[in-house]
Design a protein around this ligand. Structure first.
Ligand code: DAH
Length: 361
C-alpha cells in the first residue's frame, strides 16, 4: 500500500517543482488536495481500511499530505518572489534620466497659455527695471475701484466702465464690484506701505461688454512708480523701453498723446507705429493705441495717505490680451477662453522653456 503513497508523493512533488507560475501551482494543489484530489481520495478511503492497519495507514497518508503542503507553500513563496522581481524590473524608473526639454509636438505636449506667457514676459521685463509684482482682489469695494482714484459717485467716468455691481448683501456695508481695472491695487499698495514704490499689477478685470474684441473678463497690467524726483521723462523712458523689448522691435515708434483719466494729471495715451493694412508693427504710417498713463493725480496720493508735496510719480495701465494679440498676430479675442487645444497648441509657448530677457534680444 505504501508504494502508491510514495508514487503519489513523488509525482505531486515533481509537479510542484515544475509549476512555472502561481496558476499552475494552484492546479497542482487542486489535483492533490482538492475535493477530488488524489490525496483527498486516499484520506476518504481510510474508512475502508481494515481497523488494525488504519492507524499506520492514516499516519502515512497524513505525512505525505503535510509534505505536499510544505512543498506547495515553499514553491508559492518562490514563485511570488520571482513575480515581484519581474514586476520591479518591468516598472523600473530611471530617475537619473534627464528631463525632456521640448515635448514633441503632439497630443501629449502641454503649452503655456498666451496670457500666462505675456504675464511672465511683463514680469521679467519690468522686473529687470526694479519693479515687483503686487496683487489685489477681483471683488473690490467701489471705494478702491473708484473713489480712491478720484472718481467720486456720480462722476461721469463711472459710466465709461460697464461695471458689474454685486448684490448689496455681498459687501460689508459698502458697495462691491468686480474690479473694472487693475488701478485699485495702486491705492491698496500706497495704503499698505510707504514710498518709494515700484510695482506692476497683472490681473483679471471685468466689464459688461462682449464681442470679437471685448470679453466680460479680461486682463490688465497696472504700473505704479512713486518717488521724490519722478518726472514725465521717467514715464516715457520706462514705457518706450518696455514696448520695444516686449515687441522685440528696437526702433518701434512710440507716441504720447494728451488724454484724460481722473487719476492722472497730465494723462497720456500711448500709441505704437504700425501698418494698419498688414498688421505689421513698427512699419507703416499708422498709429495704434496701446495703453493709458500719466502722472499720479495729487488727489489720489492724498486719498491714499501720501503727501503730494513730497512724493510724485507715474502710473500706467494696459490690456494684456491686446498686446498679446498684437505680438502674436492673433485675430480674435474669443478663443483665449475657449480651451480649444488646437488653438492652445498653436499659440501656446513651450512649457519647459521659460521666458528670459535673452529671448527679447
Ligand atoms: N485704468 C485705466 C483703464 O482701465 C487704464 C489706466 C490709464 C491705468 C491710466 C493707469 C493710468 O494707471 O495712469 O482704462
Amino acid at each position: 500500500m505504501s508504494d502508491d503513497l510514495d508514487a503519489i508523493r513523488a509525482s505531486t512533488e515533481a509537479a510542484v517543482a515544475a509549476a512555472s507560475d502561481l496558476r499552475g501551482l494552484d492546479a497542482v494543489r487542486v489535483g492533490a488536495l482538492g475535493k477530488s484530489g488524489t490525496l483527498t481520495a486516499l484520506l476518504k478511503g481510510l474508512g475502508a481500511v481494515a481497523p488494525e492497519e488504519r492507524k499506520a495507514r492514516g499516519a502515512a497518508v497524513n505525512a505525505v499530505k503535510q509534505a505536499v503542503e510544505r512543498a506547495l507553500e515553499e514553491r508559492r513563496g518562490a514563485l511570488e518572489a520571482a513575480a515581484l522581481d519581474a514586476r520591479l524590473l518591468a516598472e523600473r524608473l530611471d530617475v537619473s534620466l534627464p528631463a525632456r526639454p521640448h515635448p514633441p509636438a503632439g497630443a501629449e505636449s502641454g503649452a503655456i497659455h498666451p496670457i500666462a506667457r505675456t504675464v511672465e514676459e511683463l514680469t521679467a521685463i519690468f522686473g529687470a527695471m526694479g519693479f515687483t509684482v503686487a496683487e489685489g482682489p477681483d471683488i473690490e469695494s467701489d471705494w478702491y475701484n473708484f473713489n480712491a482714484l478720484n472718481i467720486p459717485a456720480h462722476h461721469p467716468a463711472r459710466q465709461d466702465q460697464d461695471t458689474f455691481y454685486l448684490p448689496p448683501a455681498h459687501g460689508a456695508g459698502f458697495e462691491t464690484v468686480l474690479r473694472t481695472h487693475t488701478s485699485p491695487v495702486q491705492a491698496r499698495t500706497m495704503l499698505a506701505g510707504d514710498p518709494p514704490i515700484r510695482v506692476i499689477v497683472p490681473g483679471r478685470t471685468y466689464r459688461a461688454d462682449h464681442d470679437a474684441t471685448h470679453s466680460p473678463m479680461f486682463h490688465q497690467v497696472e504700473g505704479l512708480v512713486l518717488d521724490r524726483q519722478i518726472t514725465l521723462g521717467h514715464l516715457k523712458g520706462c514705457l518706450i523701453d518696455f514696448l520695444r523689448v516686449f515687441f522685440n522691435i528696437a526702433d518701434l515708434p512710440v507716441r504720447f498723446r494728451a488724454s484724460y483719466f481722473p487719476f492722472t494729471e497730465p494723462s497720456m495715451e500711448v500709441d505704437i507705429g504700425w501698418d494698419r493694412r498688414t498688421g505689421e508693427l513698427g512699419r507703416g504710417s499708422d498709429w495704434l493705441e496701446i495703453l493709458g498713463s500719466g502722472m499720479v493725480h495729487p488727489k489720489v496720493l492724498a486719498n491714499c495717505g501720501i503727501d503730494p508735496q513730497e512724493w510724485q510719480g507715474f502710473a500706467f495701465g494696459m490690456g494684456i490680451e491686446r498686446i498679446t494679440m498684437l505680438k502674436h498676430g492673433i485675430p480674435d479675442l474669443r478663443p483665449f477662453y475657449e480651451s480649444d487645444v488646437r488653438w492652445l497648441r498653436h499659440y501656446g509657448a513651450p512649457a519647459l522653456a521659460p521666458f528670459t530677457l535673452h529671448d527679447a534680444g
